[in-house]
Design a binder for this molecule. Structure first.
Ligand code: PHE
Length: 343
């Protein structure tokens, strides 16, 4: 064995090794390559080094250095590859960073919630705060305190869901009028959002559970003019500056006088369409001056204080605003419908 033969065996191994090490695509393959290249018993570098004794004495130092340089380089490449294999999934599926990500749905507020929040915002500017009350309500708050006569049909099992003899699922947010007046002395200006329940069939214009927003103002010297001015202002803020309002006489046991407010139909501009049933007007809310008997139920002196109240259904308000013909679509949770309202 000459020095030349020895060093060319070393360089041949050094030349072939990088590609083989790089091609090892699992830790098992890596171990096999390592054993073949530098393994102590069957490794090829070990075999080459075993021939060192056959080289003339004066060439051995140079030969030894050449073999050692190859050994250092191969071990460096092997260590590097081992670290790569340990942190990647080797031959498993590779990650394609250019692939578009999966579509994810981002949550958004419901169109009814958006209407409620907007109403609260408009009235907040006028000094109203928000009050809440229970959904499972004492029948007295739901009916008696609100001046319903004892034989009023609304109290019938047919219309109201009773949880017990004296407990109902509230049929409107008006009981919170009395609760608020009992808890806070006038002046009172509150907005009462909440869910209410009625034994109605689920059809295009009725839902068995739906949202309401109640408003209540009580102070000394409050008149019907305050009601009209405030609700007309609200209608223009909510439906647009050009919106017309009209008040029609109505009846509620807990207000006297009572009025329903209509707004000019924003879908057809008042000329008549399917949303306003060709009338040009859409009914938005019930309202009236708080009945003296209600003030007295809450323990207030009705000769000193007066007030007004209104109640509206934000679900129907959302339908009126967007020209949607069927209330059930609000409760279907169909993302294709709901996502149109996200803001
Ligand atoms: N509570 C009435 C209803 O549910 C609405 C209303 C509230 C009317 C306040 C007048 C005053 O229909």
């Amino acid at each position: 064995m000459t020095l030349d033969d020895f060093t060319s065996a070393c360089s041949a191994l050094a030349a072939e090794a990088p590609a083989r090490i790089a091609a090892a695509d699992s830790l098992d393959a890596w171990t096999a390559v390592r054993n073949d290249l530098v393994g102590r018993t069957a490794g090829r570098l070990t075999a080459i080094m075993g021939t060192l004794g056959e080289i003339p004495k004066e060439d051995r130092r140079v030969a030894g250095q050449a073999a050692n340089a190859v050994k250092v380089e191969l071990e460096r490449l092997l260590d590097e590859r081992q670290a790569e294999l340990a942190t990647s999934r080797g031959a498993g599926p590779q990650i394609d960073g250019t692939m578009p990500s999966r579509v994810t749905w981002q949550g958004a507020r419901h169109p009814v919630t958006l209407v409620v929040d907007e109403i609260i915002e408009i009235f907040r500017e006028l000094g109203f705060t928000v009050a809440l009350g229970p959904e499972a309500e004492h029948a007295w708050y739901n009916f008696g305190a609100l001046n319903f006569p004892a034989d009023h049909p609304a109290m019938d099992l047919h219309d109201t869901l009773y949880l017990g003899k004296d407990t109902v699922l509230r049929t409107h947010t008006s009981p919170v009028q009395v609760r608020t007046l009992q808890a806070y002395p006038p002046p009172v200006r509150v907005l009462i959002p909440g869910t209410v329940h009625r034994r109605d069939p689920f059809d295009a214009s009725h839902a068995p559970a739906f949202a309401q927003v109640e408003g209540l103002v009580v102070d000394e010297g409050i008149t019907f003019a305050d009601l009209k001015a405030t609700l007309s202002h609200f209608a223009r803020r909510f439906f647009g500056a050009g919106t017309k309002t009209r008040f029609r006489p109505s009846y509620f046991p807990f207000t006297e006088p009572s009025a329903e407010m209509d707004v000019s139909c924003g879908v057809c501009g008042g000329s008549g369409c399917s949303v306003c049933k060709q009338s040009g007007w859409i009914e938005i809310l019930g309202s009236g001056l708080v009945h003296p008997a209600v003030l007295e139920s809450a323990g207030l002196d009705s000769t000193r204080f007066t007030g007004w109240a209104f109640g509206l259904g934000p679900g129907r308000t959302a339908l009126a605003r967007h020209g949607i013909p069927d209330i059930r679509i609000l409760y279907d949770s169909d993302v294709r419908f709901l996502e149109q309202f996200s803001r």
